[in-house]
Design a protein around this ligand. Structure first.
Ligand code: SF4
Length: 429
C-alpha cells in the first residue's frame, strides 16, 4: 500500500494508504467519499482516449495530438473564450490555466465564484476569525457548531480527525471534552453527533435563531419567547449558556446557509454572532465547508496571478474582475474550456443551458454531462494518484500530492495537457 493524500474532498487527508490493482482497490483510512474518488482509477467508464465530435454529432476517438490541435484552434480563433472549473486541480494546473487565459485574452473563472464569492461579499473570509487551522480546532475546539453544514456527508472525516472525536492540547478526553451543536433545517446525519440538536422550522428560521442567540449573548433582561424557529426556550437558553462558558468556539458552515433565499440576511448575522463570541477571554473561529477539493488553492493561485480571487477578464490590461456567470447567461462567450469539474452539472440552470450551446473543450477523467456535450474531450490522469502537485486544504494549509502510479497508456496529466495546449497557442501567435 502507498501512503498518499486523498483528494476526495477539501480536507485532503494525508494519513491514508491506498493500493490499486487492476480491478481492485484496498485502502486504510479512506472514508466512503474517498473510496469513491479512488474507484475512478479502476472504473470501467474511465475516459481512456481523446474524443472528437464528428459532423454527425457523435464522438469518435482521436489521437492526443489531433485533440490538442483542435482545442488550440478553437481557443485561438475564439473572440471571447471562457476557461472554467479548476477547483479540483493542483495549483500548478490552475497557474497554467491563467497563462492560457492571458494568451487568448479570455475570461478565467473557477467554481469559487459561486462557492466563495458570497463569503467575500459578506466579509466572511480574511479576518482574524478565519485565520484558523483545523489542527487548532482539534486542539482547542471546546464548543463546535455546524451550521447548515453536514460533514457526515460532505467531509466525512472532519469529525474523527479534527472537530468532534480527537483529543487535543485542551481537549483531554476527545468527544467527552467537547460540546457539539448542529443547526440545520433537516435532521441530517450530523445532527446525531450533537449535544444540541437544533432542527429549525420556518423559512426565516436561521435569521430568527441567529438574532435570538446574539440577543441572548449580548445579555438581556427580557423574558425569552417560548420557542424560536421551533426550538423550545429551554434548549435555546442552554445553548446560549454553554457558549458563554466556552473558551473556544469553532463554527463551520455550509451550503445550508450559503444557497438559500435568505442568505443575504443570514450571513451578516453569522458574522455578528462570531464577533459577539470573540472576546478577550474567548476565541471564536469560522470556516466554510467548501465542496470542491481545491477551491482555496484556486482562489489563492488566481489572487497571486491577478490580484483577483476569481472571474478575471484578460481582454483588459491590466486584467479586470468580471461576472463570468452573467457573461455566460448573456451569451458573451463563443468557446469554453472546462477543467476538472462538470461545468454543465455544476452551474445554475440558465448558465448551464447557455454553456451547452458553445463549442466545449473538456478535460476530465470520467464521463459527465460536460464531456457528453463537448466538441473535444481530453482524458486526464487522476490527481493525487497519477498526477501530483500542490493543493490547499479548506483551512489554507498547503499539501503536496505525489503520484504513485502511471495513468493508462495515452492519458496525460492536466498539467501535461495544458502545457502542450499553451505551447500550441503561443507557437502560432
Ligand atoms: S474526508 Fe475527504 S479527504 Fe478525507 S478520506 Fe474522506 S474524502 Fe478523502
Amino acid at each position: 500500500m502507498k501512503d498518499t493524500v486523498c483528494c476526495g474532498c477539501s480536507l485532503f487527508c494525508d494519513d491514508v494508504c491506498v493500493k490499486v490493482q487492476k480491478t481492485e482497490l484496498s485502502s486504510l483510512g479512506l472514508c466512503g467519499l474517498g473510496h469513491g474518488y479512488y474507484e475512478a482509477v479502476i472504473s470501467s467508464s474511465r475516459l481512456n482516449s481523446p474524443l472528437l465530435r464528428a459532423s454527425d454529432g457523435k464522438h469518435t476517438p482521436g489521437s492526443m495530438d489531433e485533440a490538442l490541435d483542435k482545442a488550440a484552434e478553437l481557443l485561438r480563433r475564439s473572440k471571447k473564450p471562457l476557461l472554467f472549473g479548476w477547483s479540483t486541480s493542483p495549483n500548478e494546473v490552475i497557474q497554467l490555466g491563467l497563462e492560457i487565459a492571458r494568451s487568448v485574452q479570455g475570461v478565467f473563472d473557477s467554481t469559487a465564484s459561486l462557492e466563495y464569492g458570497t463569503l467575500l461579499q459578506h466579509g466572511l473570509v480574511g479576518g482574524e476569525a478565519n485565520k484558523v487551522s483545523l489542527d487548532e480546532v482539534r486542539d482547542f475546539g471546546e464548543h463546535v457548531i455546524f451550521w447548515g453544514a453536514n460533514p457526515a456527508e460532505s467531509h466525512h472525516r472532519l469529525a474523527s480527525r479534527f472537530a468532534v472525536f480527537p483529543m487535543g492540547d485542551k481537549i483531554p478526553e476527545g468527544r467527552e471534552s467537547r460540546t457539539i451543536t448542529v443547526v440545520d433545517i433537516r435532521e441530517t446525519e450530523s445532527v446525531r453527533l450533537a449535544n444540541h440538536q437544533l432542527v429549525l422550522k420556518g423559512g426565516d428560521a436561521d435569521i430568527e435563531i441567529l438574532s435570538a442567540l446574539i440577543h441572548e449573548l449580548e445579555g438581556t433582561d427580557a423574558a425569552p419567547p417560548d420557542q424560536v424557529a421551533g426550538i423550545p426556550a429551554i434548549e435555546f437558553l442552554s445553548l446560549g449558556k454553554q457558549l458563554k462558558l466556552a473558551d473556544y468556539v469553532a463554527v463551520f458552515y455550509g451550503n445550508g446557509l450559503l444557497h438559500r433565499p435568505q442568505t443575504e440576511a443570514t450571513l451578516p448575522l453569522l458574522t455578528k454572532l462570531v464577533s459577539t463570541l470573540n472576546t478577550e477571554k474567548r476565541r471564536c473561529t469560522l470556516l466554510p465547508l467548501i465542496a470542491y477539493s481545491n477551491t482555496i488553492g484556486a482562489v489563492k493561485t488566481c489572487l497571486a496571478f491577478t490580484k483577483q480571487p476569481f472571474a478575471v477578464d484578460f481582454a483588459s490590461k491590466p486584467p479586470k474582475p468580471c461576472s463570468a456567470l452573467d457573461n455566460i447567461v448573456s451569451g458573451d462567450f463563443d468557446v469554453a474550456l472546462s477543467v476538472g469539474v462538470d461545468a454543465l452539472g455544476f452551474l445554475p440552470r440558465p448558465a448551464a443551458r447557455a454553456l451547452q450551446k458553445l463549442p466545449l473543450i473538456s478535460l476530465s477523467s470520467l464521463p459527465s454531462l460536460t464531456t457528453n456535450h463537448a466538441r473535444v474531450v481530453l482524458p486526464t490522469a487522476l490527481t493525487g494518484v497519477e498526477a501530483g502537485g500542490t493543493v490547499n486544504r479548506v483551512d489554507g494549509e498547503t499539501l503536496t500530492l505525489k503520484p504513485f502510479q502511471s495513468p493508462p497508456k495515452g492519458v496525460l496529466t492536466e498539467e501535461q495537457i495544458l502545457t502542450q495546449l499553451l505551447q500550441r497557442i503561443t507557437d502560432s501567435s
